[in-house]
Design a protein around this ligand. Structure first.
Ligand code: ZN
Length: 258
């Protein structure tokens, strides 16, 4: 891919609209082209600025429906399963999936009246967005002593950043995000090919708690030492719970931000 072709694709790339093959070719070009890198960074800055300057509104039911539809579409790309497997699984599987989807929709509708799960839904939306627009991380580092100071000046608190690399959940970076109508720290961990977004912000007496599943994503919420924590991932629930147990164990029991 030459520079002119690449330059035209930067916008769609940032918006996550490219297919995988084109994405890879573009990234190959990007790696060796400072001009494209700069243009991409500039555009991203503009997007961030617009997002940070724009008042945050609740997603309209229309947008929610579209996101849910997109998620379903993604999941139903079982077209990659060979046809003979689909034949045997096909009808029962889709029947079950349909029933499960109805249950999820019912559960989400039911729980969204209870307060906390709206937060969980927003956390899932943030997680999905972070994976879709090539914007998982603002600071890329496996070093907690790099990630923690990066938030200084960007937030009015300092999140604790622990590294779980020895336990198989390496820290890979951090990002600013918006949750619970405020700027929050998102710390990103990796588990094999999956990512975990860990959102952290001061609880200010509004503690969060509970485990939720939405569209295949697990959300675990807890409050410790004056800070709210929400972990989101498509990882299996057991692995996410292990991760959370380690984070809880290693976050020091005193109000961070000292
Ligand atoms: Zn270029």
């Amino acid at each position: 891919m030459n520079h002119d072709e690449a330059a035209k694709l930067l916008g769609p790339y940032r918006d996550g609209e490219l297919d995988l093959a084109t994405c890879l070719k573009l990234e190959e070009h990007l790696a060796g082209c400072p001009s494209c890198q700069q243009q991409l960074a500039g555009e991203q800055e503009m997007v961030d600025l617009i997002q940070s300057e724009t008042p945050r509104f609740k997603a309209s039911p229309f947008l929610k429906t579209r996101i849910e539809a997109a998620l379903r579409e993604q999941r139903s790309s079982s077209a990659t399963i060979p046809w003979w497997k689909r034949l045997s699984l096909g009808s029962t599987y889709s029947g079950l999936a349909g029933a499960a989807a109805m249950l999820v929709i019912f559960a989400v509708g039911f729980f969204s009246m209870q307060g906390i799960p709206e937060l969980a839904q927003d956390a899932v939306a943030n997680h999905v967005r972070s994976l879709q627009i090539n914007h998982l991380m603002d600071v890329v580092s496996t070093d907690q002593h790099t990630v923690k100071p990066w938030f200084a000046g960007k937030l009015d608190y300092s999140p604790q950043v622990v590294d779980l690399a020895p336990s198989g959940y390496p820290l890979i970076g951090g990002r600013l995000d918006v949750l619970d109508h405020r700027n929050v720290a998102a710390i990103i961990y990796q588990r094999r090919k999956h990512y975990i977004n860990l959102f952290i912000w001061p609880s200010n007496a509004d503690s969060v708690h509970g485990n939720f599943n939405q569209n295949g994503y697990h959300v675990l919420c807890w409050t410790k030492s004056g800070m709210n924590y929400v972990a989101v991932s498509e990882l299996g629930e057991k692995e996410l719970k292990d991760f959370v147990a380690m984070i809880q164990e290693q976050t020091i029991d005193s109000r961070p931000g000292e």
